[in-house]
Write a protein that binds this ligand. Structure first.
Ligand code: BJW
Length: 230
């Protein structure tokens, strides 16, 4: 019985048609990160930020889980040990594929957060600046997204799982954003076998014991089949 922790990033949803961040034509080539993914950007121009996430919410709703999301859901159902997926993605393709033991460490497009009282609720498809909180009534709704400088969610649970991991895989993430980019070091300290699954080696690729290079819809099902046949 082995414990498997899987970190996913934008690359796992790329073949579902969702843009990654750091590709040449990706989201950060079209928007200044300071403008749309920081609390300061939201304070400066909330309409711009709300519109950015409204558009991405609409795109995510139209996208479908691909063979890589489905393979991870199958792994969770078929593996005799534990499987935890920690995603940096704010789309809901993992849960729509069937993953249940899942942490959205950078938040979720389908969730709204009250900046006044921290209450969360299901976001409407189109949020507006100054939407009222469903709990306290303050006009303080914001997208429930972890921006730069904010604390990612469920970090205690993630570090506890990494400390007990036998296998750690990072799929489709460039290794540029912390704390997620530090998970491989944490998993290695715990003695986990580590594998990077990506089109190319990431910024932290040299820290992994193994690499599987290629599109996630091919490499992830192959990797899952290998684990289940072990
Ligand atoms: C494929 C593929 C295919 C493509 N198949 N693969 C200096 C040093 C160290 C840290 C810091 C520092 N200064 C500031 C920091 C901290 C900061 C940080 O890391 N900054 C860096 C830029 C240096 N981090 C934070 O502020 C975080 N909070 C924090 O640290 O709190 C304190 C703390 C300390 C200790 C413990 C705990 C907490 C918050 C980070 C919030 C990130 N937010 C964003 C935007 C919001 C979400 C959204 O709008 O969607 O999250 S940024 C953006 O990057 C998004 C992503 O989740 C994240 C990671 O991107 P990802 O997923 O890796 O995408 P890409 O595009 O970079 O890569 C795609 C990959 O896929 C590529 O490798 C492709 O090759 C691959 N690929 N197609 C397989 N078909």
């Amino acid at each position: 019985m082995s414990n498997i922790v899987i970190l996913t990033g934008a690359g796992i949803s790329a073949e579902s048609g969702l843009e990654t961040f750091r590709a040449e034509t990706g989201l950060w080539a079209q928007h200044r990160v300071e403008d749309v993914a920081t609390p300061e950007g939201f304070a400066q121009d909330p309409s711009l930020v709300v519109a950015f996430y409204n558009k991405r919410r609409e795109q995510a709703a139209k996208a479908k889980p691909n063979a890589a999301h489905e393979a991870l859901a199958h792994l969770e159902a078929a593996h005799t040990g534990t499987v935890l997926v920690v995603t940096q993605n704010v789309d809901d393709l993992h849960e729509r594929a069937g993953s249940r033991n899942l942490i959205h460490m950078h938040g979720a497009l389908n969730s709204a957060l009250c900046a006044a009282c921290d209450h969360r609720w299901d976001a409407p498809m189109v949020m507006a600046v100054g939407d009222a909180c469903l709990s306290c009534g303050a006009p303080s709704a914001r997208p429930d997204i972890v921006w730069f400088g904010e604390m990612p969610y469920q970090m205690d649970e993630i570090f506890e799982a990494l400390g007990q991991a036998d296998i750690f895989a990072a799929i489709g993430t460039s290794g540029n954003v912390y704390p997620a980019a530090g998970f491989v070091a944490e998993a290695r300290r715990a003695g986990a076998r580590t594998v990077e699954i990506n089109l190319e080696l990431s910024s932290v690729g040299s820290q992994f014991a193994d690499a599987l290079l290629g599109p996630a819809t091919r490499t992830v099902p192959d990797w899952v089949a290998g684990i289940l046949n072990d």
